[in-house]
Design a protein around this ligand. Structure first.
Ligand code: UDP
Ligand code: MG
Length: 168
């Protein structure tokens, strides 16, 4: 079996419901390695890029509100990169079906997800769907130096003078 990397996002409802520990425990059943992890606030541009393939769907704008934390007053997500044999399918299996009602009850989405009155699937985690999506998503959310393994070819670049926030 081929080693793969896959992106998991614990969505704002997962953090709000204090499910990070449970979710990490469930994902550790895969015996995959975590090679990247961080908590981030989700800027709107990144949300649009992440879900670009769903633009135009009736639930799209609500989905953007969801992932950016507007529905939960909780703008954090937790990002994890899992790596190992068949990682994408293994994580999708434990995550469960997109629709929490159809997801296996013992899957993460089956156990903790819900469908809102609006119809939106509030399903606790994101998991990459295939190899090319995994690469696209990992490159969107992580920089090369934030990942323990060299997953994809990278290059050095000279950083121009500019503004950035530092501790005072
Ligand atoms: N989603 C939804 N209704 C749908 C399809 C998707 O609310 O009919 C939401 C749901 O939160 C899902 C996300 O949009 O996780 C991304 O959809 P995708 O089809 O990529 O499903 P996933 O890969 O997350 O299972
Ligand atoms: Mg998807």
């Amino acid at each position: 079996m081929k080693n793969e990397a896959t992106l998991v996002i614990i969505k704002p409802d997962g953090l709000k419901k204090s499910l990070t520990g449970n979710i990490l425990s469930r994902l550790s059943e895969t015996k995959l390695k975590i090679i990247g992890a961080k908590i981030m606030k989700v800027e709107i541009d990144l949300a649009h890029k992440h879900y670009a393939h769903l633009k135009g769907k009736p639930f799209y704008l609500e989905l953007i509100d969801y992932i950016t934390g507007k529905k939960h007053g909780e703008n954090r997500v937790m990002l994890l990169i899992y790596w190992g044999p068949n990682a994408i399918d293994k994580v999708r299996q434990i995550a469960g079906a997109t629709n929490p009602e159809e997801a296996e009850p013992i899957s993460i989405r089956g156990a903790y997800g819900r469908i809102l009155t609006s119809g939106l699937f509030e399903n606790v985690i994101h998991a990459s769907s295939d190899l090319s999506e995994a690469e696209r998503e990992i490159k969107l959310w992580f920089e090369p130096d934030e990942i323990a393994y060299d997953l994809y070819p990278a290059k050095e670049t000279v950083v121009k003078e500019g503004k950035k926030r530092i501790w005072r």
